[in-house]
Design a protein around this ligand. Structure first.
Ligand code: NAD
Length: 442
C-alpha cells in the first residue's frame, strides 16, 4: 500500500520505517528541512537501537523516502498518518493540537480519491471529529475516512514494539477504512497481534487511559517504596509478591526516582484536563502527577542524607541522564529536577550518559559532562545511578572506590545489592530497600 507519514519524529520515523519493512511504499514528510536532509543521507536524528539499519535497508530497497513537501505523497497515498507532536499547551496543560490541525489542513488540500487519514499522534477525545471537520471544510468534495490508531511503542524498544505489539487499536466505524487498516497491519497477523476495532473516541481514550494506568502503577510502587524505607521492608520483594498475582502483573512495578519522558507526564496532564472539562475529574490521575512531581526533587534529599545531610561544596556524580535507558530522549527526565535540586542545595554536579549528553546539554548547563563512568566518579563525594543503562550494571567497584573522594553510592534504580555493596566497603542507599545496617532479622 502507499502510505504518507506526516511528521518524522520518534513515532513517525519508527512507524514509517516499519511499514516500509512490511513491504509498503512509505513517504515520510517533515517540515524540519535539516532532519529530512540528514535522513536522506542515512543520518538518524534520534538514538533508537536498530533504527539506522532498518532505515538504511528500506531506503536502498526504494520502499522508504523522505521529503519536506507533502503534496505528492498525500495525492498518491491510500493511507495518510498524522504523527506530529502533541506537547502540553503552555499555561494550562491541555494537549496542544495546533500541529495536528495544521497537518489536517495541509493534507486536505492535496487529497485525491478515497483516502484514510489516520491519527497516530496521541490526541484527546474528539480530535478525530475536529480533524474530519477541518478536512471537510477545506475540501467538501473529499472522499475521506478519519481513523484513530494510537501508538503504544516504547522508546528504546520501539521497533520490537511496533512489530510485536500487544494489540493494535483501530478506531473507526467506516468499513472501507477498516479494510485499509487491516491491509496495512496484515503482516502482523503472523505474530498474532490482535486488532481491536472500536469507535474513534474510544480509541483516542484507550491511549490516554493506558498511559495514565501505567503511570499510576509506577507511582503506586514508588509510594510503597517510601513506606518500605520507613518500616524496614524491601520494595522489590513486595513488588514480586504482588506482581505474581496475575490480576496485578509484574511489569511497571520497579520503584525509582519517578517517571518522566515525552509521554506519561504530558498525557496524564492532558487526560486530567479533558476529564475536568467533562465534569468527570480523575482524582487518582491528579494524585499520580502531584506525587510524581514532588518525588523527582525529593531524590536530592536522599543524596544529601547519604552524605550526612549537607551538600554545600560537595561534588555529586550522576550516572545516566535520559528518562530511561536506550534512548537519548531527555524530555521530562527525572535527572532534570534532580540536578536542579542538587544545585539548589549547593552541590557541584558531574554527569555521564552513554547517549543523552548532547540532548542533556540543551536543558542542563551547570553540569560538568564526563567521558565515562569512572571519569565522572573522579573526586566525587557521592555517585548516583539515575538511569539504569546496561553498562552501569557491572561497574568495577574497586576502581570506583579508588577514584572517588568518598565511597558513597545512591542507587535510584536498585541495580546493586545492599549487602554486597556494604561488603565492598560502600556507604550505599537505594529505593525502598533497607540500608545494609538497617536490615532487620526478617
Ligand atoms: N515518543 C514516543 O515514545 C511516543 C509513543 C507513543 C505515542 N507518541 C505520540 O506520538 C506523537 C508524536 O510524538 P514524537 O515523539 O514522534 O514527536 P516528535 O516531536 O519527535 O516529532 C514530531 C515531528 O512532527 C513534525 N511536524 C510537526 N508539524 C508538522 C507538519 N505540519 N508537517 C510535517 N511535519 C510536522 C516535527 O517537525 C517533528 O519532527 C505525539 O502525539 C506523542 O504523544 C509518542
Amino acid at each position: 500500500m502507499r502510505v504518507a507519514m506526516i511528521g518524522t519524529g520518534y513515532v513517525g520515523l519508527v512507524s514509517g520505517a516499519c511499514f516500509a519493512d512490511f513491504g509498503h511504499d512509505v513517504a515520510c514528510v517533515d517540515k524540519d528541512r535539516g532532519k529530512i536532509e540528514a535522513l536522506k543521507r542515512g543520518d538518524i536524528p534520534i538514538f533508537e537501537p536498530g533504527l539506522a539499519e532498518l532505515v538504511d535497508v528500506n531506503l536502498r530497497a526504494g520502499r522508504l523516502s523522505f521529503t519536506t513537501d507533502l503534496a505528492e505523497p498525500v495525492r498518491n497515498a491510500e493511507a495518510i498518518f498524522i504523527a506530529v507532536g502533541t506537547p502540553s499547551r503552555r499555561g494550562d496543560g491541555h494537549a496542544d493540537l495546533s500541529y495536528v490541525h495544521t497537518a489536517a489542513r495541509e493534507i486536505a488540500q492535496h487529497l485525491d480519491g478515497f483516502t484514510v487519514v489516520v491519527t497516530k499522534s496521541t490526541v484527546p477525545v474528539g480530535t478525530g471529529d475536529e480533524v474530519e471537520r477541518i478536512i471537510r471544510q477545506v475540501r467538501p468534495d473529499a472522499d475521506v475516512a478519519v481513523v484513530s490508531n494510537p501508538e503504544f511503542l516504547r522508546e528504546g524498544a520501539a521497533i520490537r514494539d511496533f512489530k510485536h505489539p500487544d494489540r493494535i487499536v483501530v478506531g473507526t466505524d467506516d468499513p472501507r477504512a477498516r479494510e485499509v487498516m487491516a491491509s496495512l497491519y496484515r503482516p502482523l497477523y503472523l505474530n498474532a497481534a490482535p486488532i481491536l476495532y472500536s469507535g474513534r473516541s474510544t480509541a483516542e481514550l484507550i491511549k490516554y487511559a493506558a498511559n495514565a494506568f501505567l503511570a499510576t502503577k509506577i507511582t503506586f510502587i514508588n509510594e510503597i517504596a517510601e513506606l518500605c524505607e520507613k518500616v524496614g521492608a524491601d520494595v522489590q520483594e513486595v513488588a514480586r509478591g504482588i506482581g505474581l498475582d496475575n490480576r496485578i502483573g509484574t511489569k511497571f512495578l520497579h520503584a525509582g526516582p519517578g517517571f518522566g519522558g515525552s509521554c506519561f507526564p504530558k498525557d496524564a496532564q492532558a487526560l486530567i484536563k479533558t476529564a475536568q472539562d467533562h465534569a468527570a475529574p480523575l482524582r487518582i490521575v491528579e494524585a499520580v502527577l502531584a506525587v510524581n512531581d514532588v518525588r523527582k526533587r525529593a531524590m536530592a534529599r536522599k543524596v544529601a542524607a547519604a552524605l550526612g545531610g549537607n551538600l554545600r561544596n560537595r561534588t555529586i556524580a550522576l550516572l545516566g541522564l535520559t528518562f530511561k535507558p536506550s534512548t537519548d530522549d531527555m524530555r521530562e527526565a527525572p535527572s532534570i529536577a534532580l540536578v536542579t535540586a542538587l544545585r539548589d542545595m549547593g552541590a557541584t554536579v558531574r554527569a555521564y550518559d552513554p547517549a543523552g549528553m548532547e540532548q542533556a546539554k540543551l536543558v542542563l548547563d551547570e553540569v560538568t559532562y564526563c567521558d565515562g563512568p569512572y571519569a565522572c566518579a573522579e573526586g566525587a563525594d557521592a555517585l548516583v545511578i539515575v538511569t539504569e543503562w546496561e553498562q552501569f550494571r557491572a561497574l568495577d567497584l574497586d576502581r570506583l572506590k579508588q577514584v572517588m573522594a568518598t565511597p558513597v553510592l545512591v542507587d535510584l534504580r536498585n541495580v546493586y545489592r545492599p549487602d554486597e555493596m556494604a561488603r565492598r566497603g560502600f556507604i550505599y542507599d537505594s529505593v525502598g530497600r533497607p540500608r545494609p545496617l538497617d536490615r532487620r532479622s526478617d
